[in-house]
Design a binder for this molecule. Structure first.
Ligand SMILES: Cc1ncc(COP(=O)(O)O)c(C=O)c1O
Length: 406
């Protein structure tokens, strides 16, 4: 039974009992900041800075030898193995490579070789990159692209084609039931490529137990890997050796330093590696993952749900228009509010040290990354939002000036 704080004292009391409270000390968050954008770019873990610095040092001192002395050559697989635990997968089923956009392309093309029908399906409210990739695969390969209405992706599995689907929607935060989708896919000979960008590091995923076959996701959101940190690929053991990447780079080869003209893919997810991995970013990610050591994903999910439920209760008290499910188990780590003047409202919040984000045309997102946020901070952020809306202080000219990134 989740307790919802009805005063700041209640919120502070929840913090005093929070088993994750000590993790906050592992992050270097500027004083006076309430960071509600962990669903977009996680803050900097101290260990990420240290491991990135160590990689810089190894580069300086060891030069090219660092590939062996610092074992850079296996870093993508080592970080993949650490992510595997967080998403309910075997180590061999996960590697870190490229970005989500590129991985969606690689996986969806590969999935088509296993699907019963040459059809690619996507819901209209998926993240734009997912839609662009689906449309372009259709155009390149001359395939039928089925655009499904939001929530109709499940029905689209009946085509026996390939569905690209987010486990947590980037806008609404609505959660998809991976096991139910996979069961339906199996019945129809369909394949699903999961986009786990908004689920990884905040939901207790069990990909293998749920029968998921292919997935990719960001590492710069809840995993706090840093701006532009590379993405991961998950490929279930059952199918790994039956599919190949349409971008077969040398790092996915069994013996890259044999310089063989014939491509022979590695086993497991590593066959979806393409070119040289970004070692500085991977090192930061490796450090960032330290914050998850010894943490149960169920505890993270429970706290994210509780923080979100507190924010929703306060948002309802303010009469705001909610775009996210009220029930914690149906919601990812963020909530979305429909606020017509959302952009200047987000700027006015930032001026008070409360960072949120805006997604055009009218969505304000507040993210509840459980490793470093406190209940009292969520309380304070919602108080600040209420005051800004009530006083209309968001309507000052400086808050209307548009930046490139919102
Ligand atoms: C759901 C989702 N998919 C894909 C992406 C894009 O990922 P990348 O920039 O790694 O290609 C994002 C970025 O925020 C996202 O939220």
């Amino acid at each position: 039974m989740i307790q919802i704080a009805t005063s700041r004292e209640d919120a502070a009391a929840l913090d005093a009992e929070d088993p994750l409270a000590a993790r906050r000390g592992q992050f270097g968050i500027p004083a006076g900041t309430i960071y509600l954008v962990g669903h977009s770019l996680g803050p900097q873990p101290t260990a990420a800075r240290q491991k990135a610095q160590a990689a810089m040092d190894a580069w300086q001192h060891d030069l090219v030898r660092g590939w062996n002395t610092a074992d850079w050559i296996d870093l993508a697989d080592r970080t993949g193995a650490r992510i595997a635990r967080l998403i309910g997968a075997e180590a061999v089923s996960v590697t870190v490579t490229d970005n989500v956009s590129v991985n969606l392309f690689k996986l969806a093309v590969a999935a088509l070789s296993l699907a019963r029908q040459p059809v690619i399906a996507i819901e209209d409210d998926e993240f734009p990159t997912d839609q662009y990739i689906a449309a372009e695969i259709g155009r390149l390969l001359g395939l039928d692209v089925r655009r499904a209405a939001p929530g109709e992706g499940f029905a689209a599995l009946g085509t026996g084609g390939v569905l690209i689907k987010s486990a947590v929607n980037y806008r609404s935060a609505e959660v998809a039931d991976i096991a139910a989708y996979e069961e339906e896919a199996r019945r129809h000979g369909a394949m699903i490529v999961w986009d786990l960008s908004h689920a990884t590091g905040v939901r207790a995923l069990s990909l293998e137990a749920d029968g998921a076959l292919m997935a990719t996701g960001c590492t710069y959101k809840y995993l706090n890997g840093g701006p532009g940190a590379p993405a991961f690929v998950y490929l279930a053991r059952d199918i790994a050796n039956r599919v190949s990447s349409p971008l077969p780079g040398w790092m996915g080869h069994k013996a890259p330093f044999a310089f063989d003209a014939m491509y022979e893919p590695r086993d497991g997810a590593a066959r979806f590696a393409s070119g040289t991995p970004p070692i500085l970013s991977l090192s930061a990610l490796d450090g960032a993952l330290d914050a998850f050591d010894g943490v149960q994903m169920s505890a993270l999910q429970a706290k994210a749900e509780a923080l979100g439920t507190l924010a929703i209760a306060r948002a309802c008290a303010l009469g705001l228009d909610m775009r996210s499910p009220a029930e914690g188990h149906r919601r990812g780590g963020h909530i979305s509010l429909r606020i017509n003047d959302g952009y200047p409202v987000v700027q006015a919040l930032a001026a008070q040290g409360v960072l949120a984000d805006f997604r055009a045309p009218e969505t304000v997102r507040l993210g509840f990354s459980p490793l470093f946020l406190t209940y009292a901070q969520v309380w304070d952020a919602m108080e600040a939002l209420g005051e800004i809306l009530q006083s209309r202080s968001w309507d000052r000219p400086e808050f209307h000036r548009r930046e490139k990134v919102t």
